[in-house]
Design a protein around this ligand. Structure first.
Ligand SMILES: Nc1ncnc2c1ncn2[C@@H]1O[C@H](COP(=O)(O)OP(=O)(O)OP(=O)(O)O)[C@@H](O)[C@H]1O
Ligand SMILES: [Mg+2]
Length: 396
């Protein structure tokens, strides 16, 4: 499927954006999912095509497996050894840190550099955690809390892991998921070692740096080499561009080309437009998309929800928001949704609940929904009112 593109086309409120959200949950954290809105490409600093390219590369993942020499175990002691500040101040500086690591096979005490103490603190490592330290880069990774401490607290969002087996000092296969964009950013400011992991570790400082086409070509070459060698594995993700009609003709031309590249994700577009003008031209085209791009897309039509679907969605929505809907009220909200729109019906939930609470009730009854519906207008009735009373509004 990689390199293929899908277009979700349908009236407003038919669940296109909701579908994308659901998709990203379904894919989980291992598969890259990059959502964007068409209008995001317009920036005064960055080229439109650059924004698109960046998002394309955010949606392509690489899983890298490397055999690393590490020290791994449960932390048994963590003692920073201090000395007087060499700058002559009153404070103390950490000179080195002594750390004890225990596995099922034995214990080892390591005396490490102060910089590793910083990384230990950054990862919030305490005694009883399972960690590993990479031997050549000194990078510290906290795996979780040792399951010896499982009964420590009853309420904790901790991940408990068993005590590592084997020696403390050993070779370990380290798996890391990154995106092509992460690699671009890391390499636009080279620092640290040349091996893959140190490239990974320098990722993400929020600063815009120029990523040139040349750098990207180089990265693609390296990535392709790693894939051939079996060190890395390509994980094509999903790029979702909402409101695709906001793009202009230059972006569309660029998309044609980007979709054909070998390293391309699955691309999903969404739009609620029918026939309209393609931005940057005066040509009218279906969905505001040029026909040559449309030809490359598989088009999925999204249809308005029926009353029963609306009732189902409202029930889920009410449950997540902790709103107790009485039997008749849900039915009536379904009717309102079918008549106006799902969005309008969803928006009535909160005010109806507030009204019920004000009246001293926990459950939202039919009368609350009716009263709230009379207080607010949906788009359609508002437009009708405007038409009826057009003479009393200011006209230009
Ligand atoms: N299957 C669903 N489950 C739960 N909520 C949904 C579902 N489908 C739609 N909704 C809700 O309905 C509302 C409208 O849906 P959504 O925003 O996806 O419409 P859309 O097709 O993107 O519309 P537009 O073209 O105007 O952007 C949202 O509040 C969304 O949360
Ligand atoms: Mg939408």
């Amino acid at each position: 499927m990689a390199g293929r593109a899908l277009l979700l086309a349908g009236a407003p409120g038919t669940g296109k954006t909701a579908l994308a959200l659901g998709l990203s949950h379904e894919l989980g954290p291992k598969v890259p999912f990059c959502p964007m809105v068409g209008s995001e490409v317009y920036s005064s600093e960055v080229k439109k095509t650059e924004v698109l390219m960046e998002n394309f590369r955010r949606a392509i993942g690489i899983r890298i497996k490397e055999n690393k020499v590490v020290y791994e175990g449960v932390v048994t002691e963590l003692t920073p050894e201090e000395s007087d500040d060499p700058m002559g101040g009153f404070g103390k500086a950490v000179k080195h840190v002594v750390i004890g690591l225990k596995t099922t096979k034995g214990t080892k005490q390591l005396k490490l550099d102060a910089s590793i103490y910083d990384s230990l603190q950054k990862e919030k490592v305490t005694v009883g955690d399972v960690i590993y330290i990479e031997a050549n880069s000194g990078a510290v990774k906290r795996v979780g809390r040792s399951d010896e401490f499982l009964t420590e607290h009853d309420l904790e969002a901790e991940e408990y892991v068993p005590m590592p087996k084997g020696d403390v000092h050993k070779k370990k296969e380290v798996v890391q998921d990154v995106t092509l964009h992460d690699l671009d950013v890391a390499n636009s400011r080279p620092q640290g070692g040349q091996d893959v992991m140190s490239m990974m570790n320098s990722i993400m400082k929020p600063k815009k740096t120029e990523i040139t086409e040349k750098l990207r070509t180089e990265i693609n070459k390296v990535v392709n080499k790693y894939i051939d060698q079996g060190v890395a594995e390509l994980v094509p993700g999903v790029l979702f561009i909402d409101e695709i009609h906001m793009l202009d003709i230059e972006c569309f031309t660029y998309l044609n080309r980007a979709l054909e590249s070998t390293l391309a994700p699955i691309v999903i577009f969404a739009t609620n437009r029918g026939n309209c003008v393609i931005r940057g031209t005066d040509v009218v085209s279906p969905h505001g998309i040029p026909v040559d791009l449309l030809d490359r897309l598989m088009i999925v039509r999204t249809l308005p929800y029926t009353k029963n679907h609306i009732i189902d969605i409202l029930a889920i929505r009410a449950r997540t928001e902790g709103i107790d809907l009485g039997e008749g009220s849900l039915e009536h909200l379904g009717d309102i949704g079918a008549k106006s729109s799902l969005r309008y019906a969803v928006q009535l939930l909160t005010p109806a609940n507030i009204l019920a609470t004000t009246n001293g009730r926990k459950q939202v009854l039919l009368e609350d929904v009716k009263e709230i519906d009379s207080l607010f207008l949906d788009a359609q009735s508002s437009a009708e009112l405007l038409k009826k009373h057009s003479s009393s509004y200011v006209m230009q």
